[in-house]
Design a binder for this molecule. Structure first.
Ligand code: AMP
Length: 300
């Protein structure tokens, strides 16, 4: 089975919804991604945490089979994010981002990880994403995710990394912001023109859109009656997507479409509970059952 290498934020989040507020909960793009991807293939996690990061949170990841040998602990504060959601529980308003120890982190991929076949550059400084990419020997598939914070501050570096990856996942609002167009199909085509072979635009409750040179595929979100915390939906989505690709060992258009269904289902588990709890508790049987349900949603 191929390995998946991921780098991205490992964080403590303070999340507010109109109904609940939780402080200091385990978050970060790389945490959500790993907990989803481990349902499909072995995951190697890279990131940096400060001395305030609870050992028990690293243990949670390890207990789910995630290889944390690439997680560095240094003196300082861990990444912290404070976000708020409105009643629609869709768009996060970032109130504060504190990069902490990620601010000047120079990642070095452990020798044992450089043979990873699947690489996910989760949401973090584009310079870190680029530096990671340069150190992996011969990746089969590299995917990337980002957000408005980096589009606003690091557009050039981000564009450079995007042009070097195979798959870009990005949410609808951020695709519009990055491309300067309201139309999501046109935005996806613009990103495709930078070089990736596939672009996935995540549209929260409206699902996800996949665009390749030859194919457009669209799935609705898995229908949930209760969403508690949308944080990490995009990262869990990417975990299901890349996990399924690694498990299948191929990246043709048909496999990509199926991977989008798996990503969608992983996201549904993530948003059902606060923090990483939902995706941490998910198992393969549950994921497969929801994928089957999702497939029947639009076939009459
Ligand atoms: P998502 O809801 O999928 O966009 O991901 C939310 C996660 O991303 C949270 O757990 C945050 O800790 C993390 N996050 C928020 N802002 C950033 C940022 N600028 N760079 C990297 N990670 C971030």
């Amino acid at each position: 089975m191929p390995h998946i290498l991921v780098v991205g934020s490992l964080a403590y989040d303070d999340v507010q919804t109109p109904y609940e507020r939780r402080r200091d909960v385990l978050g970060g793009a790389a945490s959500y991604f790993s907990l989803a991807a481990r349902l499909y293939a072995p995951v190697r996690l890279m990131g940096v945490v400060g001395d305030d990061f609870r050992e028990s949170d690293l243990e949670r990841l390890k207990k789910r089979g995630v290889d944390i040998a690439g997680v560095e602990r240094v003196k300082g504060r861990s990444f912290r994010w404070l976000g708020r959601y409105d009643h629609d529980l869709v768009t996060a308003e970032t109130i504060n981002t504190d990069l902490g120890v990620f601010g000047d982190w120079d990642p070095e991929v452990p020798a044992a990880f450089t043979d990873s076949e699947f690489v996910f550059l989760a949401n973090i400084l584009p310079e870190i994403q680029l530096r990671m990419l340069e150190q992996v020997r011969a990746p089969v598939v590299v995917a990337l995710d980002t957000m408005n914070y980096w589009i606003e501050r690091k557009r050039d570096a981000l564009t450079k990394v995007m042009s070097r990856v195979d798959i870009v996942t990005i949410n609808e609002a951020e695709a519009r912001q990055f491309c300067g167009t309201h139309n999501v199909i046109r935005a996806a085509r613009q990103i495709l023109a930078l070089g990736p072979r596939a672009v996935v635009i995540k549209r929260a409750e409206y699902g996800a859109l996949l665009l390749t040179k030859d194919r457009i595929f669209w799935t609705p979100a898995y229908p949930l009656e209760e969403v508690r915390d949308p944080t990490g939906a995009g990262d869990a989505f990417a975990g299901g997507l890349l996990g399924y690709l690694a498990h299948s060992g191929t990246v043709d258009d048909r496999t990509l479409c199926r991977a989008v269904l798996h990503g969608t289902v992983c996201a549904s588990f993530a948003v059902e509970q606060f923090s990483v709890d939902g995706i941490e508790q998910a198992d393969q049987t549950g994921v497969e059952a929801r994928v089957r349900e999702l497939q029947t949603l639009v076939s009459a």
